[in-house]
Design a binder for this molecule. Structure first.
Ligand SMILES: *[C@@H]1O[C@H](CO)[C@@H](O)[C@H](O)[C@H]1NC(C)=O
Ligand SMILES: *[C@@H]1O[C@H](CO)[C@@H](O)[C@H](O)[C@H]1NC(C)=O
Ligand SMILES: *[C@@H]1O[C@H](CO)[C@@H](O)[C@H](O)[C@H]1NC(C)=O
Length: 331
């Protein structure tokens, strides 16, 4: 009787061990198992397992430091190689360990476990968004938005590092909690660059630094005082220039004779006009004489000269004396 029982036991053990062998890890385990967490968006990712003759699925399990038992999350026999987990705010301080294995029908791979993960310690906080920059002569007014949220219980502090873009750069840093703030005491007409990162503050002793923004550079404008100064300088320059021009013309007028002597050849009136002037019987002449009260007309004759006694009457003596070599007969 007992040997029969023993036989049965042996058979059962052999059978179960066969079953175990059948279900034993045949599949290669997933590789590159990593936890990705950015701004508290958590996911587990791994490389796909390649097996001939069928599609592989994956199962992910999770346990926390407080409740040390593996439990299923919504990633059981999934086809994709990514599983997001525990996005809730309350779980951010939990210590989490995850494991994943490949499955194909009854065949499974070994589990691959992750390092302990604590969202508040392991997550990567992104850079803030720079929404606006208003440049003035001595400041930059910067508008930012947090990398995520806003969320209750979290406070964002913006650490702004800025520097003059010269060969020797000394960086300065300011810390602000408003989303609109000013970098003050800048030099006018100077290129400044800045980069910002957030510090996430939640409760006593907890803080997490985020990534920095790509540096942005802006040139400060000219100050109103300097602008007024430039305007004054420009006006004074223009005034001085005008004074010089007027003085120049005055000198020219004073030294007309010398200039006329220097200019080679002397100015001559067109020959047809000269002829016309020589012909006293021309009817147009009366028109000229009619205007003889206008001193402008007599001056025009002065320079045409060439001694035509008919027009001498029109010329006043003074003009004549100033006219050069061309004769000017005053009757
Ligand atoms: C699991 O997935 C179902 C359906 O996709 C969804 O309704 C449920 O909220 C998920 N549960 C968790 C814990 O993500
Ligand atoms: C979380 O951070 C700790 C300490 O920096 C590190 O040892 C651990 O590997 C990280 N966890 C994950 C899942 O990357
Ligand atoms: C800073 O100045 C250098 C030359 O002085 C220039 O090559 C560089 O592009 C500037 N950086 C930025 C961000 O404008």
């Amino acid at each position: 009787m007992s040997w029969q029982l023993l036989m049965l036991n042996v058979v059962v053990i052999a059978f179960t061990s066969l079953l175990i062998l059948e279900a034993s890890p045949h599949l290669p385990a997933p590789k590159d198992v990593t936890v990705h967490s950015s701004n508290f968006r958590n996911s587990l990712r791994w490389s796909p397992v390649q097996v001939d003759g069928g599609s592989v699925s994956y199962t992910v399990q999770l346990k926390t430091g407080a409740y040390n038992r593996w439990s299923e999350i919504n990633c059981t026999r999934i086809a994709q190689t990514e599983c997001s987990f525990l996005q809730s705010a309350k779980a951010r301080r939990w210590t989490i360990v995850l494991r994943v294995r490949a499955e194909m029908g009854p065949r499974t791979s070994a589990w691959v476990e992750t390092d302990p993960f604590v969202a508040e310690r392991n997550t990567t906080i992104g850079p803030p968004k720079v929404n606006s920059v208003i440049v003035s002569s001595d400041s930059l007014l910067i508008g930012v938005a947090p990398p995520f949220g806003p969320e209750a219980g979290y406070l964002f502090q913006y650490h702004v590092s800025y520097w003059e873009n010269t060969t020797i750069t000394t960086k300065k840093e300011i810390k602000r909690s408003d989303t609109l703030f000013k970098i003050k005491d800048l030099k006018q007409l100077t290129l400044y660059c800045f980069t910002i990162r957030v510090e996430l503050v939640a409760y006593l002793d907890f803080h997490l630094f985020g990534l920095q923004t790509v540096p942005e550079c802006y040139r400060t404008t000219i100050s109103e005082a300097a602008k007024a100064g430039y305007i004054v300088v420009i006006f004074m320059s223009v005034g001085l220039l005008l004074i010089f021009i007027i003085a120049g013309f005055f000198c020219l007028w004073r030294h007309q004779k010398a200039l006329k002597y220097l200019s080679q050849p002397p100015l001559r009136i067109p020959s047809h006009f000269e002829e016309y002037l020589r012909e006293p019987s021309m009817p147009h002449l009366e028109m000229l004489e009619n205007h003889d009260e206008d001193p402008q007309d007599s001056l025009t004759v002065v320079y045409t000269g060439e001694g035509s006694s008919a027009y001498g009457d029109m010329l006043d003596g003074n003009a004549c004396s100033r006219s050069s070599s061309s004769s000017c007969d005053v009757t």
